[in-house]
Design a protein around this ligand. Structure first.
Ligand code: ZN
Length: 285
């Protein structure tokens, strides 16, 4: 396992960690000044901006782009809405290409409001991902499917385990020994509970399909299903164990901090958040 002490250049900050309170230009400067090696912007950070200009700014700050968040949900009640979601995702893939992002993060969605048809949502995710995969190939952008904790299975994601995401990736893009374009995000928050975690991380790594690694912590108790992610070291996840598994599986990319924390970390100063991330990456991850 890589030693992260004095190696913040191996670490990245997902801009959600700072609560989207400042313009991306300021966030880039802050993240670089604190010594991190990368940044993962969200589409909302680029609203009203030219992706090339933001890309140049990130490069000039000496940062890599560990990913670009995130896809528009794919499942829809009718074809028009499904096609609109695809079109939206194609625009985002173009932006990911302009940014030189290591991957475009796919949070795939689940049952549209009013639906109880989970198999249909899964089928639409498969169909949509296959279509976007072709587009991403031409844009030279890797797509990273992010399985989400099953507490989000009704709305945010009908992909809930690494195994399920890998099976989907293999069906759409069977391994042929070449560098795959379709892979996964391993996000500690979403997968730590999985009894097959070690096995499936190994499988993902052997297939060269781990495109990103996200960290934060699972707080006990968790007060909000979305907005109460913990700082690394404050919860119950064995983050050092997980990173050792991810890296033993061959992952050499950045370790990215992604914390949604409306009540706590988003109310603190960016400096405090980033300094704490830096400390905890080196002591608890
Ligand atoms: Zn994530």
């Amino acid at each position: 396992m890589r030693d992260l002490s004095l190696r913040l250049d191996l670490c990245a900050i997902n801009t959600a960690t700072l609560g989207h309170r400042s313009p991306i230009e300021e966030v880039i400067e802050l993240v670089a000044r604190h010594g991190f090696g990368g940044i993962c912007p969200w589409r909302r950070d680029l609203e009203g901006r030219d992706a090339q200009t933001v890309a140049r700014r990130i490069r000039d700050a000496g940062l890599q782009v560990s990913g670009y968040c995130r896809s528009t949900y794919l499942p829809a009640l009718d074809k028009a809405a499904f096609d609109a979601a695809l079109a939206d995702n194609r625009r985002a893939i173009d932006q990911a290409a302009a940014l030189g992002a290591a991957c475009f993060v796919m949070v795939v969605g689940s049952m549209p409001q009013g639906s109880r048809d989970l198999p249909r949502a899964r089928a639409q995710v498969e169909e949509g991902t296959a279509i976007l995969c072709e587009y991403a190939r031409r844009a030279n952008v890797r797509l990273a499917l992010e399985p989400l904790h099953p507490m989000y299975a009704n709305d945010r994601s009908c992909l809930n385990t690494i195994e399920q995401a890998l099976d989907l990736a293999e069906r759409i893009e069977p391994s042929q020994g070449a560098r795959p374009l379709l892979g996964i995000v391993v996000d500690a928050y979403h997968v730590w509970w999985d009894p097959h975690l070690a096995r499936d991380v190994r499988r993902a790594g052997m297939a060269g399909r781990i495109f990103a690694y996200h960290v934060c912590d699972w707080l006990a108790p968790t007060r909000d299903m979305l907005m109460d992610r913990g700082m690394m070291g404050d919860g119950v996840i064995d983050l050092q164990m997980l990173r050792s598994q991810v890296e033993q599986a061959g992952y050499q990319g950045l370790v990215e901090v992604e914390i949604f924390s409306e009540q706590d970390w988003w109310s603190r100063s960016a400096h405090e958040v980033l300094s704490t991330c830096a400390d905890r990456l080196q002591s608890s991850c």
